[in-house]
Write a protein that binds this ligand. Structure first.
Ligand code: ZN
Length: 657
């Protein structure tokens, strides 16, 4: 590991807290040090309060802040004396500690201080950096780990055996290990947990972390344990979407709610999942205590989700045996599944959670493989994991149950999604908490939306191989399919029937009708596995009930699609799949309509553009958003008892009514 410190960059950050922000971000840029909010940093500084008095404060990272992006407001300012005094108590519950730390905070708007505040306050230096450095954890979580740590660092570090993070760790440290810290101490190794460095400048403390981690990496290199033993066999090329969707259905059944699942099939994930010792290697326990919370204590090896859930329930019953009342209602579904054919599957309740779980377990796989190469992976003793898990479940009881988004944990696919109604459908579904895949021939689809809940794929809907590939990629990314919105369509220039060529006819029916049959056929087995039952929304047209002259191919294609949808509704009801259609008219904020076209059509009717846009009974302008909201609502609980339905969204039309 190299130091990323840059004096020029650092100069842009003012004062002690500014320097703290800068070097915290440097740590945050190394995924092998801190991941997704892991690790914490602090700085001690004197400030003058409103009364002109000097106060010594500990600015410590607030929980929920990520070192990658933290700024000054991410640190909670605590008065030092009351924090230090807490270490004198014999016992202190997590709830009481949280309350005392908040009471010591001088800013009521600051975030909740990290549970390691007491430990940070006790260290005799201004800057303190705490990370869960992979290389250090690899040493400590291997056979003879403590001896290896001592061999690598000698007297340069103080070694602290594992203690549950929080008050217990702080107390033990202050009483037993703080006296060992001397002027030449470079850091503290917390066995099975991580590393702490401290110094009077931000740079020194940061660079001590870099140095100590580099020494661990060099040790692993010398022992031939740094290079990961990866086999580079190509990932499976045969379709796996049904197998994956079945695992996801089982996970959702165990969790009691829809869940997302992502297949990791790169060399690291496949090598680990196919390792001959995976069944023992992966069952030793988590790499660090904070992983217990995200990835659960153990992954599932194989596909027996129900068996895993049953075992986990029994484990929680055991955990709760000494408790006064029940632990929080537990979701016993696994968060990581290892399967030789499917790779490493990460499970999450939402897209962000899905990424965090996957990233954490990727680091676990590296740590386990390297520690195995050193002679064997040894995680925390089961009783310590037990404590962390119990603590976590207790904390969950205190959480207020928030209302989950309507489509949380569900997956939707929208065709023709780069613009207009399709794009608006993606937005409406994202807003309701779904993970959404947008398809379009226009490559702009890949960048239409940002964030972990969206995946945009270029796809020509008339090419069956591309369509199948899109389904495959959807399921590898999110685990299954719950909602399908068929929107892609074309509207050729107006032509009377006598001039309508067969090529135009076939092209329009190819996109507006035939392609949708292919989508429905491939979607069916996936929708049948949807935890809350599959839904299809069809973007039809006013031309179905009320066709117009010059639009024969378009009207015929939409009318045929309408019959296809109705027959499908009849056939799929037995699988609980609902299919409903919306019939929009005169939606002008789509790619089909340009300013010039709009002006010329308005002129044709002797109207202003605004009058032309509101040429309906209600005199309203119908937008893509109106259509999308109705399509999304049709996938929701409001339409739970409706299938084969058709609703106009056209401002009212005499010919339709
Ligand atoms: Zn920690």
């Amino acid at each position: 590991m190299i130091s990323r410190w840059d004096d020029h960059e650092a100069a842009g950050f003012e004062g002690a807290l500014g320097q703290r922000v800068y070097s915290s971000r440097l740590l945050g840029r190394e995924p092998s040090l801190v991941l997704h909010g892991g690790g914490n940093t602090s700085v001690k500084a004197s400030i003058t309060d409103l009364f002109g008095e000097q106060q010594r404060l500990l600015f410590i990272k607030g929980s929920g802040h990520d070192l990658r992006s933290i700024d000054a407001r991410g640190f909670a300012p605590l008065r030092m004396p009351p924090v230090l005094r807490l270490a004198e108590l014999a016992v202190l519950s997590d709830t009481d500690m949280g309350r005392e730390l908040r009471a010591a905070c001088t800013d009521p708007d600051a975030p909740s201080p990290s549970v390691e505040a007491i430990l940070h306050a006790a260290l005799p230096a201004d800057y303190v950096d705490h990370t869960h450095a992979d290389a250090v954890i690899t040493l400590s979580n291997s056979e003879d780990g403590e001896a290896r740590v001592r061999e690598v660092y000698g007297d340069d570090v103080v070694v602290v055996p594992y203690v549950m993070p929080g008050f217990r760790l702080a107390k033990r440290f202050v009483e037993e290990h703080l006296p060992q810290v001397g002027p030449t101490t470079l850091g503290i190794v917390l066995l099975n947990h991580g590393l702490i460095t401290f110094a009077d400048t931000a740079r020194d403390s940061y660079e001590r972390t870099v140095e100590l981690v580099s020494r661990a990496e060099a040790y692993l290199e010398r022992r031939g344990a740094w290079q990961l033993p990866l086999d580079h066999e190509p990932p499976p090329s045969q379709p796996q979407r049904l197998e994956l969707a079945r695992v996801r259905a089982d996970v959702a059944a165990a969790a009691g709610k829809p869940m997302l699942l992502r297949a990791h099939q790169d060399p690291l994930a496949l090598s680990f999942a196919r390792h001959e010792d995976v069944a023992t290697m992966s069952q030793q326990g988590p790499a660090t205590p904070d992983h217990v919370i995200r990835t659960k204590r153990l992954p599932l090896v194989g596909r027996d989700v129900a068996g895993y859930a049953e075992a986990y329930r029994a484990y929680v019953r055991e955990l709760a045996a000494g408790a006064e009342d029940d632990l929080a209602p537990v979701d016993p579904a696994p968060r990581v599944v290892l399967d030789p054919d499917l790779g490493m599957l990460a499970v999450g309740s939402d897209p962000e959670d899905l990424i965090v779980t996957g990233d954490l377990y990727r680091h676990t796989m590296e740590i386990v493989l390297r520690a195995t190469a050193l002679g064997g992976y040894r995680a925390l003793p089961a009783s310590d994991v037990f404590d962390v898990e119990y603590w976590y479940l207790e904390q969950r009881k205190l959480e207020r149950p928030g209302g989950a988004a309507e489509f949380a944990g569900e997956v939707a696919l929208v065709t023709g999604a780069a613009s207009g109604i399709g794009k608006a459908c993606v937005a409406s579904l994202l807003l309701r908490g779904a993970a959404v895949v947008g398809l379009d021939v226009d490559d702009a689809i890949e960048r239409s939306f940002e964030g972990p809940a969206y995946l945009g794929l270029g796809c020509d809907v008339t090419d069956e191989a591309q369509v199948e590939d899109a389904f495959e990629r959807t399921v590898r990314a999110f685990g299954g399919l719950d909602m399908l919105v068929l929107n892609a369509g074309i509207f050729p220039p107006a032509q009377p029937v006598v001039e309508l060529g067969s090529d135009t006819w076939r092209r329009v029916l190819g996109v507006n009708l035939d392609a949708n049959l292919v989508f429905l056929r491939h979607a069916h087995p996936l929708l049948a596995l949807a935890p809350k039952r599959g839904r299809v929304a069809i973007i039809g047209s006013k031309n179905v009930p009320a066709p117009g002259p010059g639009a024969a191919a378009y009207s015929a294609s939409k009318a045929a699609l309408n019959q296809l949808a109705r027959v499908t509704a009849l056939e799929w009801a037995r699988d609980g799949i609902r299919i409903n259609s919306v019939h929009p008219d005169a939606v002008f904020d789509t790619a089909l309509w340009t300013e010039e076209l709009l002006a010329s059509r308005a002129k044709h009717y002797g109207m202003s553009v605004d009058q032309y846009k509101r040429k309906n009974l209600l005199r309203v302008e119908v937008t893509s958003r109106h259509v999308a909201e109705l399509a999304a609502a049709m996938c929701g609980a409001l339409f739970e008892c409706t299938t084969g339905g058709q609703l106009p969204v056209d401002g009212g039309n005499e010919r339709v009514i």
